[in-house]
Design a binder for this molecule. Structure first.
Ligand SMILES: *[C@@H]1O[C@H](CO)[C@@H](O)[C@H](O)[C@H]1NC(C)=O
Ligand SMILES: *[C@@H]1O[C@H](CO)[C@@H](O)[C@H](O)[C@H]1NC(C)=O
Ligand SMILES: *[C@@H]1O[C@H](CO)[C@@H](O)[C@H](O)[C@H]1NC(C)=O
Ligand SMILES: *[C@@H]1O[C@H](CO)[C@@H](O)[C@H](O)[C@H]1NC(C)=O
Length: 240
C-alpha cells in the first residue's frame, strides 16, 4: 500500500515538473511537441501544461488572468489562442522570451489597458489579435521591435488617443485596424515608423483634428479609412 502511494506521488510530482496534458484537455504529441486543445472546457485559469507545448488553444473558457510567463514555461510555444475568455489585464512579463511566438489571439476578452513593453522583441511574431476588448489606453513603447508583424487588430475597443512612439520598429506591419474606437487625438508622427503599412482603418472614431505630420512617411499606404469621425480641421502637411 505504502509503496503504491509513493509510486503515485512520484508520478504526480514528475507530472508537475514536466506538466502533463490537463485531464479536461486533449493533447496530440508529434515531432514538434504537444498540440494542446482546451477549447471550451469551463477552465477558470490556465492549467499546468506540457513544457513542450507548441500550439495552445484555450478559447471559450472563463480564464480571468494570465498568471504564467507562457514562453518561459513553454519555450517552443508558437501559437496561442486565448480569445473568448474574461481576461482583464496582461502582465507586462507575459510574453517574455517569446522570440519564437508566431501568433497571439486575445480578442473577445475584457482587457482594459496594455503596458509598455508587453509586445517587444518577438522577432517571429506575425499577428496580434486584440479586438473586441475594453482597451482604453495603449502606452508608448507597447509595440516595439516586431520586425515580422503583419497584422495588428485593435478594433472594437475604447482607445481614446494614439501617442507617437506606440508603434516602434514594426517594419513589416501591413494591416493596422483601429476602427470602432473612441480615438479623438492622434499625435503627429504616430505612424512614422511603419514604412510598409498598406492598410490603416481609423473609421468610426471621434477624430476632430488631423495635425501636420500625422500621416507622414506612409509611402506604401493604399487604404486609409477616416469616415464616420468628427473631423473639422485638417492641417497642412497632414498627408505628406
Ligand atoms: C463561464 O461561466 C458562465 C457563468 O458562470 C457559465 O454559464 C459558462 O458556462 C462558462 N463557460 C465556460 C466555457 O466555461
Ligand atoms: C521539459 O522538462 C523536462 C523535465 O524537466 C526536460 O528534460 C525537458 O528538456 C523540458 N523540455 C523543454 C522543451 O523545456
Ligand atoms: C530586446 O532585445 C534586445 C536585443 O536582444 C535587448 O537588448 C533588449 O533588452 C530587449 N528588450 C526587452 C524589453 O526585452
Ligand atoms: C529600432 O531599430 C533601430 C535599428 O535596428 C534601433 O537602432 C533602435 O534602437 C530601435 N528603436 C527602439 C525604440 O527599439
Amino acid at each position: 500500500m505504502d509503496i503504491i502511494l509513493i509510486f503515485v506521488f512520484a508520478v504526480i510530482c514528475a507530472g508537475l515538473v514536466k506538466g502533463t496534458c490537463p485531464s479536461t484537455c486533449s493533447c496530440v504529441d508529434d515531432s514538434s511537441g504537444s498540440n494542446v486543445n482546451c477549447y471550451s472546457k469551463y477552465l477558470g485559469r490556465i492549467p499546468a501544461l506540457p513544457n513542450d507545448t507548441y500550439y495552445l488553444d484555450l478559447r471559450y473558457n472563463n480564464i480571468t488572468e494570465i498568471d504564467v510567463q507562457l514562453c518561459k514555461e513553454m519555450p517552443q510555444l508558437h501559437t496561442i489562442y486565448i480569445s473568448y475568455n474574461l481576461i482583464i489585464e496582461i502582465p507586462e512579463i507575459t510574453f517574455a522570451d517569446c522570440e519564437q511566438l508566431y501568433r497571439i489571439d486575445l480578442e473577445y476578452n475584457k482587457i482594459r489597458s496594455i503596458e509598455s513593453n508587453t509586445f517587444v522583441n518577438m522577432t517571429n511574431l506575425y499577428a496580434i489579435y486584440l479586438h473586441n476588448n475594453e482597451i482604453f489606453v495603449i502606452k508608448p513603447f507597447t509595440f516595439v521591435d516586431l520586425p515580422y508583424l503583419d497584422y495588428l487588430h485593435l478594433q472594437y475597443n475604447k482607445i481614446r488617443s494614439l501617442e507617437s512612439n506606440t508603434f516602434v520598429n514594426m517594419t513589416n506591419l501591413y494591416y493596422l485596424y483601429l476602427h470602432n474606437n473612441e480615438i479623438s487625438v492622434i499625435e503627429p508622427f504616430t505612424f512614422v515608423d511603419l514604412p510598409n503599412l498598406h492598410y490603416l482603418a481609423l473609421n468610426i472614431n471621434k477624430i476632430r483634428y488631423i495635425e501636420s505630420n500625422t500621416f507622414i512617411n506612409l509611402q506604401k499606404l493604399y487604404y486609409l479609412y477616416l469616415q464616420d469621425n468628427e473631423i473639422s480641421t485638417i492641417q497642412q502637411f497632414a498627408f505628406c
